[in-house]
Write a protein that binds this ligand. Structure first.
Ligand code: 9MG
Length: 282
């Protein structure tokens, strides 16, 4: 399986890849002025890369349940300097985590390769055109509702069928809008308008979620359903269960994993692949 991005194609035939999370919201690197925040964000990106991240996902707006929206200008001011600086020193894959076309456009001009849109390119009517024009990779995530209210009372008759049908519909309309089918990657949006049972049903059904031939990306890292299941509130105690889910998901063919703690998840992928009989990378 190949995923086409602006920086060439990522071969996902045999080896899973880890996407490191770089949040550049004020609560992430709030240590003073703009310059120190940029330095801190870059230092964190380098840590993720040293640990083995193939992709860095940079976001300037929190998508946590209950989070308030921010303006495009604020998102651009937070993310574009980081993308520009990271692009100058690293030729791996950079994704911009945004649902706004103007932010995506500026991030792509600054050197991003992929747009990660938690709204599945539905929040901004210009987003599909921006992605088609730049030939970037596109992550289409499923979300019920919007971050501020999505966890109040999520409801599905059949969450697996509904998420699968959403992917099929988005594949049809985004390719009609000019995005290459090989540029699309799908994500069930764990925790985005889903309760614990919805999340577990989706995790049980990973092999039949993505449209045939398209890669699936999974983001479970430190999410609250892990805390709910295991009875802990400490985010760092959710890293080990995250690794367990990464391994299980890889068995079921998920090749892209969006995580905070890169190395243990990468090692889980390589161990799982060894057990599956997949030769190590050269
Ligand atoms: C930005 N963001 C937060 N959680 C995410 C997830 O699970 N998937 C993707 N694609 N993006 C996410």
């Amino acid at each position: 399986m190949i995923w086409k991005t602006r920086r060439g194609s990522l071969d996902l035939t045999r080896h899973g890849r880890v996407m490191g999370i770089l949040n550049v919201t004020p609560d992430s690197f709030s240590d003073g002025g703009a310059h120190s925040s940029l330095d801190a964000a870059l230092a964190h990106a380098r840590t993720l890369i040293r640990a083995g991240a193939s992709l860095i996902d940079i976001g300037g707006e929190s998508t946590r349940p209950g989070a308030a929206p921010v303006s495009a200008e604020a998102e651009i001011a937070r993310t574009v300097p980081v993308i520009t600086a990271l692009r100058a020193e690293w030729d791996g894959l950079i994704s911009i985590d945004t649902s706004k076309a103007s932010v995506a456009n500026r991030a792509l001009e600054a050197g991003a390769d992929i747009v990660n849109d938690v709204s599945g390119l539905q929040a901004d009517p210009s987003m599909a055109d921006v992605c088609a024009a730049s030939a970037c990779g596109v992550i289409v995530m499923h979300m019920q509702g919007e971050p501020r209210t999505m966890q109040i009372a999520p409801h599905y008759d059949d969450v697996v069928a509904e998420v699968g049908a959403f992917f099929a519909r988005r594949m049809a309309s985004l390719t009609a809008a000019g995005i290459a089918p090989e540029a699309l990657c799908f994500d069930p949006g764990i925790g985005f308008g889903k309760n614990l049972e919805h999340n577990l049903s989706l995790l049980r059904s990973l092999p039949r979620l993505a449209p045939p031939g398209s890669p699936l990306l999974l983001g479970v890292s430190r999410k609250s359903f892990i805390g709910r299941l295991l009875g802990n509130d400490d985010l760092t105690l959710r890293d080990w269960p995250t690794v367990a889910i990464t391994s299980q998901a890889r068995v079921h063919g998920v090749m892209l994993h969006r995580v905070h703690d890169v190395r243990p998840n990468l090692e889980a992928l390589r161990m799982t692949e060894a057990i599956l009989g997949i030769a190590p990378e050269e």
